[in-house]
Design a protein around this ligand. Structure first.
Ligand code: NAD
Length: 499
């Protein structure tokens, strides 16, 4: 049994708490490693070391810091297959999807290679007579990242790359279910020239998260995970005077207008609803066809596509559409929600319950389910299922569909399929959701834009990556300067004795 470690001051360090969490292989249901759960003392020690290391790193000029990112990006590319496999073997997603996970993180590293241009300050010449104003962006010091299981490479990279480029030291607490990719990324950063102690990986659970939130040296917390935990972390971090951005769960709707290409919409829904077993915060979990005819056509197009989806382990290669879910508890929860949908009167068009994978009977596989006639009072509509389940809520008009999205408490992503630019434009303008797709199912913005939801999908200010990340991980200092008349106006140049 492999025993994982923490990564402190450029080295793997064994846990001392005696407490461990099981890292599962979701395809086989077997424990494949044990990850140590850090104590408060271990966390405080890692933070103290990071604080020391940050002094020189923060004083290193931005271009040199960016060069570490250049080398890091090169190393990620060289180790792409290895990193993708690390992602897939702990998460269960297919290898191409594992590669996508690394790639979308790498793209943030690429933006950080040009980080100095985002760190430039502002200058006002002659804001008053002989008065100049300038502002500079300075690192916060030691910051923390706390990340979820579902993107073991991408989200840690979204946190660490901008935070480090800005001159901070980072304490990263990855998900205890998928910790190995972060540990490997930390090794690659050391190889890329990051000084020891500037990135500390500390593994653990609530105990260490609370210790991060209460540690006075930690200046900022970037969290990604479920909404209740995001809200909790935001509250405790803010109470302790920290800057916090906490991204939560989602319930993403796709509206399909009567003029949409229904075949294209069905293809998009299958990928966005069932890819990665629905374990994406940007998964589409609700389809909203407008009008009876659109709904009937959509269900007719979707049904064979969903029935044909191939579920299997990542090791089965390209033949698999999605893998198992993360834990046995998650499988039980998803199947329980499907049961509740049936009990509450939704029409189960494709039933993924009780799916067994031959040769992998103990794996956490869940077959794809498709619901029609879902209503907003049902649990399958209200809950974030985070599994391979797509619900169809029929809307009579565009306004009804739009209001459904507006009234939903989550606001991470949404999409509309239509051939009409006017409708699409109206939707993008009026909807209260952070990321919008027009004929585009999973609108994760490119790395030089920013990523963030609205409503209960995000607490705090400023989005992840892009220019916002550079604002989040720096504080602004503004200097107002005046120089009294000096030597150019006839200062005294002769050496004089004191009177
Ligand atoms: P989670 O909230 O269970 O865990 C996230 C992190 O919080 C982990 O590091 C975990 O160790 C820690 N944690 C868990 N319980 C805690 C507690 N009681 N106190 C303190 N810390 C705790 O989330 P998850 O299951 O790992 O990830 C799935 C969730 O993340 C989904 O809700 C998904 O929508 C969301 N997510 C959101 C985004 C986004 O950008 N909005 C991106 C990816 C995932």
């Amino acid at each position: 049994m492999q025993e994982l470690s923490h990564y402190i001051n450029g080295q793997h360090v064994k846990g001392t708490s005696g407490r461990f969490a099981d890292v599962m292989n979701p395809a086989t249901g077997e424990v494949q490693a044990k990850v140590p759960l850090a104590t408060v003392a271990e966390l405080n020690d890692a933070v103290a070391k990071a604080e020391e290391a940050q002094k020189a790193w923060g004083a290193t000029n931005p271009q040199r810091r960016a060069r570490v990112m250049m080398k890091f990006g090169q190393l990620i590319n060289e180790h792409m297959d290895e990193l993708a496999e690390l992602v897939s073997c702990e998460h269960g997603k297919t290898l191409p999807d594992g590669r996508g996970d690394v790639q979308r993180g790498l793209e943030v590293v690429e933006v950080c290679m040009g980080g100095p241009s985002l760190l430039k300050g502002e200058f006002t010449d002659d804001g008053g007579p002989g008065i100049d104003l300038y502002s500079m962006r300075q690192p916060l010091g030691v910051v923390a990242g706390i990340t979820p299981f579902n993107f073991p490479a991408m989200i840690p990279l979204w946190k660490m790359a901008p935070a480090l480029t800005c001159g901070n030291a980072m304490i990263l607490k990855p998900s205890e279910r998928c910790p190995s990719t972060s540990l490997r990324l930390a090794e690659l950063l050391t190889e890329a020239g990051l000084p020891d102690g500037v990135l500390q990986i500390i593994n653990g659970d609530k105990e260490v998260v609370d210790a991060i939130l209460d540690n006075e040296t930690v200046q900022a917390v970037g969290f990604v995970g479920s909404t209740p935990i995001a809200q909790y972390i935001y509250g405790r971090a803010a109470t302790n005077g920290k800057r916090a951005q906490c991204f939560g769960g989602a319930k993403n709707h796709m509206i399909i207008m009567p003029d949409a290409d229904v075949e294209k919409a069905a293809d998009a829904l299958v990928g966005a609803g069932y890819g990665a077993a629905g374990e994406r915060c940007m998964a589409i979990s609700v389809a909203v066809p407008v009008g009876k005819e659109t709904a009937d056509r959509l269900i007719k197009s979707l049904t064979p596509r969903v029935e044909k989806l191939k579920v299997g382990p990542y090791t089965a290669g390209d033949d698999v559409d999605f893998g198992p879910v993360i834990t046995a508890a998650s499988k039980a929860r998803i199947e329980g929600l499907v049961n509740s949908g049936v009990d509450q009167g939704a029409k189960l068009v494709v039933d993924g319950r009780g799916f067994k994978m031959q040769g992998y009977e103990d794996g956490f596989f869940v077959g794809p389910s498709l619901f029609d006639d879902v209503t907003p009072d049902m649990d399958i509509y209200k809950e974030e299922i985070f599994g391979p389940v797509l619900s169809t809520v029929r809307a009579e008009t565009y306004e009804d569909a739009l209001n459904l999205v507006i009234d939903n408490p989550y606001g991470n992503g949404t999409a509309i399929y239509t051939a009409d630019g006017d409708t699409a434009r109206d939707f993008a303008h009026r909807v209260n959701v952070g990321m919008v797709g027009i004929n585009f199912p999973i609108p994760v913005p490119l790395s030089y834009h920013t990523f963030g939801g609205w409503k209960k999908s995000a607490f705090g200010d400023l989005n992840q990556y892009g220019p916002d990340a550079f604002r989040f991980y720096t504080k602004t200092k503004t200097v107002t300067a005046r120089w009294f008349s000096g030597i150019k106006d006839g200062g005294e140049f002769n050496f004089k004795a004191m009177d």
